[in-house]
Ligand binder design. Structure first.
Ligand code: FO1
Ligand code: CA
Length: 306
């Protein structure tokens, strides 16, 4: 069975630790969001690709959930102290090695897809990891006081202090999914949406033509990133209102209404199951708090078994 999974960062990475146990990883393709990507010190930073790679490769910082374990910051200190470079978004030394490999592949004329293949193979990832597009795109937000910022400037730079009234993918209209992404979805027997941010992770991937259109012809199941009407981590609660959606398992399912077939929600949200079923979507209710790999595995088995 060929499976394609659409993924953001931390929530996706934790879910994928289970999905690789629930399905044959050799038949799994993970398509990752690149709307969070940004250039720092001339390096192409791809937080979601790297979070997935480090987590599934066994090298992620365990408490933080992103970046490298056993990280050091010698280069960052030199950049700041000697060169006076901005440090609102910090790359650690080990992480910089990843970025130098990516820069070398892209500098030699390769694509982000090529660079991702090189990096994923060094981490022995057992599945294919693909960026959603090789085009340059960037998630941007408009704050309620009228400023337009890169998503990372708002989330990391300003700690999401300002409310958001608009969010969009710059360059999204002109971007296309890569041939590899299109072929993977066309060949998929099942598409699984990770419990990722429905606006700036899954929503961004859906914005890249022709992903959304392709999903309408496929069995698609997803795991709700909202538990008990709250975000587990991240900032979806600040972004869902900007796209007119409720911060709830049902609200997120509604954003996928045109293609969603199965939706896994937490036991804390069991009361909303019937309302979601009434929209024509199958609902499974289970424990979705991925405190360890066993929970992630059972969750992935539930999603795949719908
Ligand atoms: N998050 C931070 O809060 N501060 C950082 O300095 C930071 C650096 C960073 C470097 C590489 C990387 O892959 C991720 C990094 N993140 C950092 C996390 C991150 O960018 C965001 O949490 C996600 O993009 C949102 O999902
Ligand atoms: Ca469908």
């Amino acid at each position: 069975m060929n499976v394609v999974s659409l993924a953001g960062g931390i929530g996706a990475a934790r879910f994928l630790r289970g999905l690789v146990r629930a399905v044959d990883p050799a038949s799994l393709t993970v398509v990752a969001n690149t709307g969070d990507d940004l250039a720092i010190h001339g390096l192409h930073v791809s937080p979601d690709l790297d979070t997935i790679t480090y987590t599934l490769g066994g090298g992620v910082h365990p408490e933080q959930g992103w970046g490298r374990a056993e990280e050091t910051f010698t280069v960052a200190a030199e950049l700041k102290g000697r060169y006076g470079q901005p440090d609102w978004f910090t790359l650690g030394d080990r992480d910089i090695a990843t970025h130098l490999v990516r820069a070398r592949v892209i500098g030699e004329g390769g694509t982000l897809t090529d660079a991702t293949r090189t990096i994923a193979s060094a981490w022995d990832l057992p599945f294919a990891l693909l960026p959603m597009t090789d085009a340059t795109v960037a998630t941007r937000v408009r704050t309620s006081d009228g400023r337009e910022l890169h998503f990372q400037e708002w989330w990391v730079g300003e700690r999401a202090a300002s409310p958001i009234d608009r969010v969009w993918l710059e360059g999204g209209e002109d971007a296309r999914a890569t041939d590899a992404v299109v072929a993977a979805i066309e060949g998929a027997d099942l598409v699984v949406l990770c419990p990722s941010n429905p606006v700036v992770s899954i929503g961004t991937i859906l914005d890249i033509a022709p992903v959304r259109e392709l999903l309408r012809d496929k069995p698609v199941v997803g795991v709700s990133p909202i538990v008990g009407g709250r975000v587990v981590r991240g900032m979806a609660d600040k972004l869902l209102p900007a796209v007119g959606a409720e911060v709830s398992a049902a609200g997120v399912a509604g954003l996928y209404a045109d293609f969603l077939d199965g939706w896994v929600i937490d036991t804390a949200d069991a009361a909303s199951a019937d309302a979601i079923r009434a929209t024509g979507v199958d609902v499974a209710v289970t424990d979705t708090m991925m405190v360890d790999v066993d929970v992630s595995t059972r969750l992935a088995e539930t999603a795949v078994g719908m």
